[in-house]
Design a protein around this ligand. Structure first.
Ligand code: 8YV
Length: 307
C-alpha cells in the first residue's frame, strides 16, 4: 500500500504523476481531519511558504521534504524541535540556476527581450535599435559565494569580466573578498545577488546599497526577500540604476507591481531550476528522502540543524 503524504504547492503534471505513482499524496487544503491526524510525510517545493499552523495540525508528521534547496519558507526550528526531519535537494540545481543567471545577465545588458519586441512590433522599419552594453570588461560583484555564486563566477570568467564578492566569510577562491555588500556595490558595475533568503538577509539590497551601486545593474537569483523592490523601482525610475534582471520577488507570483511597467527590467518567473532534467532529478531525491525516513532509515539530504 502506498504511504500517504500531505502536499503543499503544485508540481508540473509529469512530476505530479511521478509523486502519485509512489505515494498517496493529498493537497493540504483537501486533507480531512483523519488524514491530518495520521499523516507522517509532507512534500512541498521551496517557493512555497509552509505555515507553522499547518504543521501544528499534523501531530504524527515525521518528515518534510522540499523539492528545492532553499528552506527559508519552512519553520525549520519548530519542526526540528518536534523531531520532524526536514530534507532538501542541494547540489542538483546549481547548473540550471547559473544557466538562467547568465541568460538573464546577458538579456539585461544586451536588451534581448526589448530587441525581440522591437523586431516583432515592426519598429525596425522606422529606426535602428539603440546601442546596448557589453558584458566583457564589466566589474561584477557577487553577494554570497555559495554554490550558485561560485557557479556564476566560474561561468563568468569566460566573458572577460573582473570578479569580487562579499559574504560572511572569506572563501577559498581566486576572487577578491570585499568586507561588506555596501563596499562591494561601491566598486562594481553589476551586482549579482546569490545569497540565502531569510530574516538575516531581508532587504540587504536597499536604497543605500543601490545608491552605492549608482549607474549599475542588478541581478537577483536568490530570494525576493533579499531585495527591497520599491527601492529598485525608485532607483530605476530616477535613472540611477540602469537595469535589473529578476527571477524572484517579494510576492510570488508577481502580478501587480510598478516594476512591470518599466522597460529596463527583465523578468523570469522564479524559474532558476525549471528545466525538465533538473526538476526530475530534484523530485527523485525528494521522493527518496521521503521513502527513506518513512521506511525508518536516515534521510539522504537533511537540512542542517538550526537553533
Ligand atoms: C525552485 C528554488 O523555485 O530550490 C530553490 O530554493 O528556489 C528553486 O529551485 C523550486 O523550489 C523548485 O521546486
Amino acid at each position: 500500500m502506498k504511504k500517504q503524504l500531505v502536499q503543499v504547492g503544485f508540481f508540473t503534471p509529469d512530476l505530479q504523476r511521478q509523486i502519485d505513482s509512489e505515494f498517496d499524496s493529498v493537497k493540504a487544503e483537501l486533507a480531512d481531519a483523519g488524514l491530518r491526524a495520521t499523516v507522517q510525510g509532507l512534500i512541498t517545493r521551496s517557493n512555497y511558504q509552509l505555515p507553522q499552523a499547518l504543521l501544528e495540525e499534523l501531530p504524527a508528521l515525521r518528515v518534510i521534504a522540499t523539492s528545492g534547496v532553499g528552506f527559508d519558507g519552512i519553520p525549520v526550528s519548530y519542526a526540528q524541535q518536534r523531531g520532524i526531519v526536514v530534507t532538501n535537494t542541494p547540489g542538483l540545481l546549481d547548473a540550471a540556476v547559473c544557466e538562467l543567471g547568465i541568460g538573464l545577465l546577458l538579456a539585461m545588458l544586451r536588451e534581448i527581450p526589448q530587441s525581440d519586441r522591437f523586431v516583432r512590433d515592426g519598429a525596425w522599419a522606422q529606426s535602428v535599435y539603440p546601442l546596448t552594453s557589453s558584458l566583457s570588461g564589466k566589474r561584477i560583484g557577487i553577494i554570497g559565494l555559495g554554490r550558485i555564486g561560485k557557479g556564476m563566477a566560474a561561468r563568468l570568467e569566460a566573458f572577460g569580466v573582473s570578479l569580487a564578492y562579499s559574504g560572511r566569510r572569506q572563501e577559498e577562491s581566486p576572487y577578491r573578498h570585499v568586507a561588506s555588500p555596501l563596499a562591494l556595490a561601491q566598486e562594481v558595475d553589476v551586482l549579482l545577488v546569490c545569497c540565502k533568503g531569510g530574516e538575516q538577509t531581508r532587504h540587504l539590497v536597499n536604497a543605500a546599497l543601490l545608491e552605492a551601486l549608482g549607474q549599475g545593474w542588478l541581478v537577483n537569483l536568490s530570494r525576493g526577500s533579499v531585495v527591497d523592490e520599491s527601492a529598485v523601482f525608485q532607483a530605476l525610475t530616477k535613472g540611477s540604476l540602469r537595469g535589473a534582471a529578476l527571477d524572484v520577488y517579494e510576492q510570488e507570483p508577481l502580478v501587480e507591481s510598478p516594476l512591470l511597467g518599466l522597460k529596463n527590467v527583465v523578468f523570469s518567473p522564479h524559474a532558476g531550476s525549471a528545466t525538465v532534467e533538473t526538476r526530475a532529478a530534484m523530485l527523485r531525491l525528494t521522493l527518496d528522502n521521503l521513502h527513506a525516513v518513512l521506511g525508518g532509515k536516515a534521510a539522504l539530504t537533511p537540512v542542517p540543524t538550526v537553533d
